[in-house]
Each structure stands twice: as C-alpha cells, then as structure tokens.
Design a protein around this ligand. Structure first.
Ligand code: AMP
Ligand code: TRP
Length: 368
C-alpha cells in the first residue's frame, strides 16, 4: 500500500500532491501498476567481505536464487556496512567485484531481480541518518553482532554501532515485506521492525513493517572444525569453512579433515552427534534430499565413505558456479554494466520514497 513504485508521485498524508492531481492518466497508470504488482517484495543484503563460504551460500544466496520467481526481488551488496571495520580501499573494490560475480554466478538473474551496490544509491545513507534519530542507544548496545565485533572495546567506530540502523534503512527504503537471511540476522530484523513501527507512529504510516524469512534448514551451517560455532569468514582457521572459490582438492581436504563425533554411525542427532549432523545437513542441502534419505543412504557405512561422497557432492554443487565465475572473470565490463542497471532501477524506487520521508519529517523546504 505504501510502496513507492517507479511512477509514484510524492503523496501528502496518503493523498496525491496537486501535481499528481492534474495528471489523471498518471494516477490511473499507478493504480494499474499497483494491481499488476502482486508479488511480495523481498530485500536482502550481503557484505562484500571476501571469502564467501557455503554457509552464506546455503543460508542466504541459494534461497534468494530459488525464490526469485515468487517475489519482487531486490538484492544489495552492502559496501557501506563493510567499511564499519578497518579495511583497505583497493581491497574493498576487489571484494565488491568478487561478490557481484559470485551472486550473478550463483543464479541471481538481473532480469528477475534488482542487484546493486548500496553506496551507489545515496538514499540509503540519508535514510539511515534519519532512522538513527528513532533508534535508541540502549537497543543498539544490546545487539549480539555488535557485542561480538566490538569485543567490549571502547575504541570501536560509531559506524559499527549504527550498523543495524543502516540495515533497517536498506530494507524499509524499498518497503520490503520479507527479508531472507540466516538465523544470525534475526535480531537485526526485529530491531528494524521496532524502529519502523516507531517511525510510523511518530510521522504517520510511511513504511511497510518487514518480516524475516529464515529457513529451518540451512539457516545455520556450522564450522567444520567446531560444530558449536557457526561457519564464518572471521575464523582464522581456513579449514573451518569451504569457500565458493575453493578448488576441488581444497574442498576434499577440508571435508576429509572435518571433525566428527565418537562412534561410526552416520546418524542425525544434534545433541550426541553435532559434527556429523552438520555434515549431514550440508549433504542434504547440496543433494537436495531429506536428512533421513541421507541416513538411509549411509546405513551400515562409516564416516569415511560418507565424507568421500560429501566432498564429491559439494565439489559438483559448486562446479557450475565456479565455471560461471571464471567466465565473468573474463568480462568485468559486463558486471559493471549489470550493476549500474541495478542502481538505476533501485534509485527509481528509493528516490520518490525518500522524498516522501523528507516530507513527513518536515525536512522538505521548498515553495514549489
Ligand atoms: P555476511 O557474510 O555476514 O554478510 O552474511 C551474509 C548472509 O549469509 C546472511 O544472510 C547471513 O545470515 C548468512 N550466513 C552467514 N554465515 C552463515 C552460516 N554459517 N550459516 C547460514 N547462514 C549464514
Ligand atoms: N547485516 C547483514 C549480514 O551481516 C547484511 C545486510 C545489510 C542485510 N543490510 C541488509 C541483510 C538488509 C538483509 C537486509 O548478513
């Protein structure tokens, strides 16, 4: 209802502005478009941090790809989030390009989804500032990700502290209804909802209140060296994760060395066999079969056979993506072009929405 569509004119208090009143045909076109656009909108983001792993892929990227036809999709490479921790400028550029290739190679289809760089659409920063006035110090201080990343230090950037506010801006700028993410982002989406509800209460219904879309399976892929911590880029042990750019021999080696539990049965039991259960999960996701089918396949067989096959399944699952990445490595201009197209389409939604926000907050100052 509040969605800012490409043709939408700025509206005042829910009614159209005078400018729009005079253009009756525009109004009609808008209504027609509102009705045609029945698919719910999803928005999600991923940081260009490098070392993208199968946790990111199975927990987020692949779900985005699988659901592309069901939704009106917007996916964003969140470079402004990535600069909240120390970094090198040249490095960031490379990581942004890398992430764009990974997403395209994984099947994000620019025909069906808007894919763009966060900092290219200036409205994200502008809205984040305004939302920062609605977010409370106390609620940001409680964010688990902030506590983890800051490690209780005083010398931590204001950017890192405000990270979830920028994330809220990303999502509501597009009136997204659903936010497909891994389990670790649940708290940020809940905070987004709280901030949005508060904004709407203070300034009138302006934004859609989004919901998280967290899958039961795959939302938490665990580390290969420790089944109690999630697979993560920040783990100094590279053997703890399979990265999307790993070679087949690296993948096989990492899986061969993955920790297992006592006993020898390939059985799913998160309490007694957390490590094996994680590997079964990865198997079932890549093979797209159920956990019990995996158990049946390996009844009477040991960890050795299971791990050998798992390595093969992961290698084969990543192969087509890796082949497309190699192709894109050869055509960076095409990647720039697609991302710039994404920027234009994102801007066409973000601009009018931000005009409305400026209006309801009393920031618009004009006599026209
Ligand atoms: P990040 O790389 O932290 O920006 O995460 C990108 C996406 O991957 C987010 O939706 C995360 O929730 C998801 N994600 C990250 N690590 C994992 C993991 N170990 N298991 C499942 N999903 C993950
Ligand atoms: N904070 C998210 C992560 O670490 C990335 C992100 C930024 C995001 N903006 C977003 C995810 C908006 C979903 C929606 O994974």
């Amino acid at each position: 209802m509040f969605r800012a569509d490409i043709t939408a004119a700025p509206s005042i208090g829910g009614r159209r502005s005078n400018r729009a009143h005079t253009i009756v045909s525009t109004l009609w076109k808008e209504q027609a478009q509102d009705m045609a656009q029945t698919k719910p909108r999803v928005f999600s983001g991923i940081q260009p941090t490098g070392g993208t792993h199968i946790g990111n892929y199975l927990g987020a990227i692949r779900n985005w790809v699988d659901q592309q036809d069901m939704y009106d999709n917007i996916f964003c490479i969140v470079d402004l989030h990535a600069i909240t921790v120390p970094y090198e400028a040249g490095d960031l550029l490379e990581r942004k390009m890398d992430m764009a290739k990974i997403l395209l190679a994984s099947g994000i289809d620019p025909e069906r989804s808007i894919l763009f760089m966060q900092s290219d659409v200036r409205e994200h920063s502008e809205l984040a500032w305004i939302l920062g006035t609605q977010a409370m110090f106390g609620e940001l201080r409680r964010m688990t990700q902030f506590k983890e990343k800051s490690g209780g230090q005083e010398s931590v950037s204001v950017g890192l502290f405000g990270y979830p506010v920028l994330q809220a801006a990303d999502i509501i700028l597009y009136d997204a209804e659903k936010v497909p993410v891994g389990e670790d982002q649940k708290q940020h989406i809940e905070l987004t909802r709280d901030i949005t509800i508060r904004f709407n209460a203070n300034f009138g219904e302006t934004f859609v209140v989004p919901e998280p879309d967290i899958k039961k399976v795959g939302a938490r892929v665990m580390s290969l060296d420790d089944p109690f911590s999630k697979m993560s880029k920040s783990n100094p042990n590279e053997g703890s994760r399979v990265e999307l750019r790993d070679t087949p021999s690296q993948i096989s080696k990492k899986i061969r060395r993955a920790v297992t539990d006592s006993g020898s049965e390939v059985r799913y039991d998160e309490n007694e066999k957390p490590a094996v259960s994680n590997l079964i999960n990865i198997y079932s996701l890549f093979a797209r079969i159920s956990v019990s089918e995996v158990e049946e396949r390996y009844a009477g067989k040991g960890y050795g056979d299971f791990k050998k096959d798992l390595a093969e399944i992961v290698v084969e699952g990543l192969r087509p993506i890796q082949e497309r990445i190699t192709e894109l490595d050869e055509s960076p201009d095409e990647v720039y072009r697609l991302i710039d197209e994404g920027r234009q389409r994102a801007e066409a939604i973000a601009r009018p929405k931000m005009e409305r926000v400026r209006h309801v907050t009393g920031l618009t100052f004009t006599n026209s």
